[in-house]
Each structure stands twice: as structure tokens, then as C-alpha cells.
Design a binder for this molecule. Structure first.
Ligand SMILES: *Cc1c(COP(=O)(O)O)cnc(C)c1O
Length: 403
């Protein structure tokens, strides 16, 4: 028998405010009555007798078997994530890419079509355009903001739709409700990568999406320690289609990482409030600076899809994209001059991080496709951290004077 078990539906915390769910959702105490969630760092579980083992294997819901099939610490994370988003079910994975890949692979078969936004994270772009076609799945890419392109691409029907909003790195938006309407009319499952917005700033399921994927590596950890991911959605998809795929192909999250993410979620609301507030200040400052050619931030009036942001997001999030006059040389001078922003491909960290997409995360994307995505040689992606925003602003002002 599981020593800790309670389906999230039975948890009265599910009815409470999001800040309460972040701290208490999914918590199941063991007989030791620990305060902090217990870390079950074990690969397997033992049984008092062979009969109990037989019963556990007959129905995995009857008891824990093996961590690739399920683990009490991981289950707490899954229940807390599901509760945050109002999703019927969730499963955690080893990385964000494992979550994206599993959500797609559990949705398609040879002969199917996938319609995706062209503004995709580099590895998602690779999966859609390089991996799926090898298995007979056709991939069609569209401009994220063009409803006409979504409509045309979906006309012949599709099995799945995949997009990020805001996108990495240029913060393009997709109108979730509008694209979900078109996708559902075409018979497609809508998978949204909600990494940039986090469940705090945007709830795609409430806007019509069917599945939400996360890289927990980013804001859910929030302190740059562990890799992980999650897929959230309806019971039928998560339990009947995704779970067998995960259990038998094995992109299992370490219970240790799941435990770190449980602790990360406790402060996610507080952190996102600060990330969003500081990023909005920094975006406004950069937008007024003569050396900055363009700034992309969903909460700025200058964002071409600002109206969509106001409709579907709660705040703008912690990510800002900027393009400097002077191309790569100016971008490098600026990044190198910053003292309070580390040059790193990660994001969502307590520490402010900066990346030059054209030479790092998007170096493998062809130059004409990069141009189409608005990624110029002078473009930088900024992940605004939790430092004092006045210190960050002063640091940027100084670095811009040297750029
Ligand atoms: C980082 C990221 C991923 C991949 O997550 P990993 O945890 O690094 O595998 C997917 N989508 C977006 C938008 C990301 O930023």
C-alpha cells in the first residue's frame, strides 16, 4: 500500500487562491509528519510478500513500483502543477525537451500533419522539422501572429498544433484562443509551450489549449540548479496516451529534481511578481535609450501584439529582447560590459542572464530564417533576475555608454 496517496481532486487546497496552491498544493505527508515535502530518492520499492508485489504490478495505482513508473515526491510535484493550472492531470519529465517531445509523440502517427509556429525554441524547431518528418509526420511552420497563415495551414486538417507564446527569444505572441478555435475546427490537439509566461502570468488551458508543456529548468526552479519538465492536460491524454509513452520510453525526472521544483514553486508567485515588475521597468528604460534600436516586451505599448498580451497575460513576465544599433560588435560590447548580467543560455534565474541568440541558441538556424524571426546580429535576450532593479538599471546605463 502506498504510505502517501491522495488524488489531487480530493485536496481541498485545489479550491484556494493560487499563492496558497503554490505552497501547499499536492503535499502528502508520510507517517513521519514532516513539514517539508519528503524526498523519496529511491529507484524502487519493496513489498512485504510476493502477493503484494503481484497486486502492485496488476494495477500500478495500488502501490509504488519503480521510479520510472512513479514516485511519491514526483507525484507531489505533478499534483501541484496540475492544481496551479486547473489541469485534470500532469506528468513530470527529465527536461523541458522531454516534455515537448513526449507531448508530440503521444499525439501523432505516420501520415499526420503538425502545424507549428516558426518562432520556436531551437530544439523544438529541430524536433518538428527534422525528427518528426523521419517518421512520416509532415511539419508546417507559420508566422505566429498571422491568423490567416494558421487558418490556411490548418485547412487540410492536422493532428497537433505547437507554439510558444511569448516565444524564445523575440517574444512574439500567439492569440491562444483564436488559434485554439481554428485548430479544434481542424481536429488538432493544441500544445502550448508556456515557459516564458509561467503558470503565474498565463493559463493556456483556460484559453482553449489542450496541453501545456514546461521546462521546469527555467522559472519553476528559478535558481539554476536542476533540469526538468512537465506536461499538463486532460485525464484521457495524460493517463491513457502520455503516461504509457513516458513509462516505457523512460524520460523520467529524478525525484531529487522534483523535490527542488516543489520548493521552487513555493516562491514562484513572489519571484514572478518581481521578475515582471523589474523587466517592465528595464524594458521601458531600454525603449527610451538612443543606442537601442528596438525593444520587445509584451507589456510595452510598442509591442506589435500588445493587445493580445493584455488579453491573455496577467503581467509581461521576466524576459526582454533588445536590438542594438551597431550589430554583433555593439551587442558583444554591451554584454561584456555588464557586471550584473551573466552571459548564459539559461533563463528564469534569480541572477540576471543575457544571451546573444544569433551566435548561441539560434546559431544553427539559417540566416534568412533568423531574419524572418527578427533575430538580428544586434539582438540580445535578457532574463531579468531578482537583483535590485535600480542596480540593474544603473549597470545597463553604464554598459550602454560603452556599447
Ligand atoms: C528551455 C526551453 C525549452 C527546453 O527545456 P529544457 O529544460 O532545457 O529541456 C523548451 N521551450 C522553451 C521555450 C524553453 O525556453
Amino acid at each position: 500500500m502506498p504510505t502517501i496517496a491522495a488524488p489531487p481532486a480530493a485536496d481541498p487546497v485545489a479550491e484556494l487562491a493560487i499563492d496558497t496552491r503554490l505552497v501547499r498544493g499536492g503535499t502528502r505527508r508520510s507517517g513521519n509528519r514532516e513539514t517539508s515535502e519528503a524526498l523519496y530518492l529511491t529507484s524502487g520499492f519493496v513489498y512485504p510478500d510476493a502477493e503484494t508485489a503481484e497486486a502492485a504490478f496488476a494495477g500500478p495505482e495500488e502501490g509504488w513500483i519503480y521510479t520510472r513508473f512513479g514516485n511519491p515526491t514526483t507525484a507531489m510535484l505533478e499534483d501541484r502543477l496540475a492544481m496551479l493550472e486547473g489541469a485534470p492531470a500532469a506528468r513530470a519529465t527529465a527536461t523541458g525537451m522531454a516534455a515537448v517531445f513526449a507531448a508530440l509523440m503521444a499525439s501523432v502517427k505516420a501520415g499526420d500533419r503538425v502545424v507549428a509556429s516558426r518562432a520556436l525554441f531551437g530544439s523544438c524547431h529541430y524536433v518538428v522539422t527534422k525528427v518528426l518528418p523521419r517518421f512520416g509526420v509532415e511539419a508546417v511552420l507559420v508566422d505566429p501572429g498571422s491568423l490567416d497563415q494558421w487558418r490556411d495551414a490548418l485547412k487540410p486538417g492536422a493532428a497537433a498544433v505547437l507554439f510558444e507564446t511569448p516565444s524564445n527569444p523575440m517574444l512574439d505572441l500567439v492569440d491562444i484562443a483564436a488559434v485554439a478555435g481554428l485548430a479544434h475546427a481542424a481536429g488538432a490537439r493544441v500544445i502550448v509551450d508556456n515557459v516564458f509566461a509561467t503558470p503565474i502570468e498565463q493559463r493556456p488551458l483556460a484559453l482553449g489549449a489542450d496541453v501545456v508543456v514546461y521546462s521546469a529548468t527555467k522559472h519553476i526552479d528559478g535558481q539554476g540548479r536542476c533540469l526538468g519538465g512537465a506536461v499538463l492536460g486532460g485525464e484521457r491524454f495524460i493517463i491513457d496516451e502520455l503516461q504509457p509513452f513516458l513509462r516505457h520510453t523512460g524520460p523520467t525526472i529524478s525525484p531529487f529534481n522534483a523535490w527542488v521544483f516543489l520548493k521552487g514553486l513555493e516562491t514562484l508567485g513572489l519571484r514572478m511578481e518581481r521578475h515582471s515588475r523589474s523587466a517592465a521597468r528595464i524594458a521601458a528604460f531600454l525603449g527610451d535609450h538612443p543606442k537601442v534600436r528596438a525593444v520587445r516586451y509584451p507589456w510595452l505599448d510598442s509591442h506589435p501584439q500588445h493587445a493580445i498580451a493584455r488579453r491573455q497575460m496577467r503581467r509581461g513576465g521576466g524576459m526582454v529582447a533588445l536590438t542594438l544599433d551597431g550589430g554583433k560588435a555593439a551587442a558583444f560590447r554591451f554584454a561584456n560590459a555588464l557586471r550584473l548580467a551573466d552571459i548564459s543560455p539559461n533563463l528564469g534565474d534569480a541572477k540576471t542572464l543575457i544571451a546573444h541568440p544569433a551566435t548561441t541558441t539560434h546559431a544553427n538556424v539559417a540566416a534568412d530564417e533568423r531574419a524572418r524571426l527578427g533575430i538580428a546580429d544586434g539582438s540580445l535576450r535578457l532574463s531579468v533576475g531578482l537583483e535590485d532593479p535600480a542596480d540593474l538599471l544603473a549597470d545597463m546605463e553604464r554598459a550602454l555608454s560603452l556599447a
